[in-house]
Design a protein around this ligand. Structure first.
Ligand SMILES: [Zn+2]
Ligand SMILES: [Zn+2]
Length: 281
């Protein structure tokens, strides 16, 4: 893991920037209501809960919801693997919180634009999806973890953060389910119908330990598109050097995203988790 730096010196700016992110970032309440409003629909058909439709949680993972037995059965071949895997179920819960976080999703949108070359070829979003591998192997306090393991002790704070391990584009036909491709097309059509035909819609496929945990179409808004068009730098916050501006690249954007999560010491973003397992990292 060459990209994790164990810094013993903390730049004076680092705290200030973290505070600034905190003020700009969504609150816990925003994240919870964002998850409820957009991500707690029927996992298969995206129907919302209403007076007529009661959504029931999958009794396996207690995380995804369905509007009917039919939807649950239809989704089972895809959901089965992630449902029975405790780690994947936890990752799914955290992934929904990531999706409800504007600041973090801005970074993911930048990555999507660069990876799919959407400034020059917006049509790439139609035939490629974006695989996003998430993990919780990164200790929330890497320094404490390292110091403890050097002394042969157990990590004093067994809290881990959700982090984005790897992102890559894949041909949509072979790598996304037909249900996800349908909802991708439907979402794109609904945006076009409301005059937003120039917004690319990217099908995000989140994975955990190589299992697909969530497929969701996501509209790329004009701000990150403009950011990439102008090739504005990526602002990277490091513990050692404070705020640094680096040329815009996929790697700096992904590191910046993970750093925002790492710097969120007060768990405003709800992406810190206590894991039962003792991860050696
Ligand atoms: Zn349904
Ligand atoms: Zn389940």
């Amino acid at each position: 893991m060459s990209h994790i730096s164990f810094n013993t010196v903390v730049h004076p700016d680092a705290e200030a920037v973290a505070r600034q992110n905190k003020d700009l970032g969504p609150s816990r309440k925003d994240i919870r209501s964002g998850v409820r409003a957009h991500l707690d629909d029927c996992f298969r058909c995206e129907k919302k809960a209403s007076a007529e439709t009661q959504l029931r949680k999958c009794s396996g993972c207690l995380i995804v919801r369905y509007c009917s037995k039919q939807c649950q059965l239809a989704d089972w071949p895809t959901h089965k693997a992630a449902c029975s895997d405790r780690g994947s179920a936890d990752h799914l819960k955290l992934t929904k919180r990531l999706l409800a976080n504007d600041i973090l999703m801005y970074h993911l949108q930048l990555y999507a634009i660069l990876e799919l070359d959407l400034v020059d070829r917006p049509a790439n979003a139609l035939d490629h999806c974006l695989y996003v591998a998430v993990d919780t192997e990164m200790p929330a306090d890497p320094m404490g973890h390292l110091q403890a393991s050097l002394k042969g002790q157990v990590n004093p704070d067994p809290t881990y953060i959700l982090w984005v391990r790897h992102i890559e584009k894949k041909p949509i036909v072979e790598h996304a389910s037909s249900a996800a491709r349908d909802s991708h097309r439907a979402f794109k059509a609904s945006l076009s119908a409301t005059g937003m035909s120039d917004w690319p819609v990217v099908l995000l496929v989140f994975t955990s330990d190589n299992l697909v945990i969530l497929e969701i179409p996501y509209a790329i808004d004009p701000r990150p598109m403009q950011h990439c068009r102008e090739k504005r730098p990526s602002t990277y916050v490091s513990g050692i050097s404070g705020r640094v501006e680096l040329p815009l690249s996929k790697e700096t954007v992904r590191e910046d995203l993970n750093n925002c999560i790492l710097m969120d010491k007060s768990n405003q973003y709800l992406l810190r988790t206590k894991l039962k397992h003792n991860s050696s990292f």
